[in-house]
Ligand binder design. Structure first.
Ligand code: ZN
Length: 115
């Protein structure tokens, strides 16, 4: 289950970004951005997150995941489009020289803490 490693990394980043001057910090929501190609299963990630965050300021926090579509760019005709299938070929000029712009990211966008 690769979600365990992802959850551990995210928890570490989240803990590191809690401002040090806050006494007894408590995170209520973790806002995440996850690319559709990162193949993260939401309920697995939530499950791992709950285990890892026990007895930390993140315990009980909700994961608010924003799934990012897979967007690619054609270097030849300069078009951008969303890919929904496995084919990575430009539908405009039929060229195969395309690069991925979004779709693989796993990032924390913000943390919401209690006052
Ligand atoms: Zn093209």
């Amino acid at each position: 289950m690769h979600e365990m490693g992802i959850a551990q990394e995210l928890v570490q980043i989240a803990l590191d970004s809690i401002p040090g001057e806050i006494e007894n910090p408590k995170v209520i929501t973790v806002n995440l951005k996850i690319g559709k190609l990162a193949s993260v299963v939401e309920h697995s990630l939530t499950f791992c997150f709950e285990i890892i965050t026990k007895d930390t300021p993140l315990e009980g926090a909700r994961l608010n995941i924003d799934f990012v579509p897979v967007m690619v760019h054609c270097k030849f005709c300069d078009n951008n489009w969303e890919v929904t299938g496995p084919v990575f070929k430009c539908p405009f000029c039929e060229d195969g020289d395309v690069e991925m712009i979004t779709g693989r990211e796993i990032e924390i966008t913000s943390l919401e803490l209690t006052e």
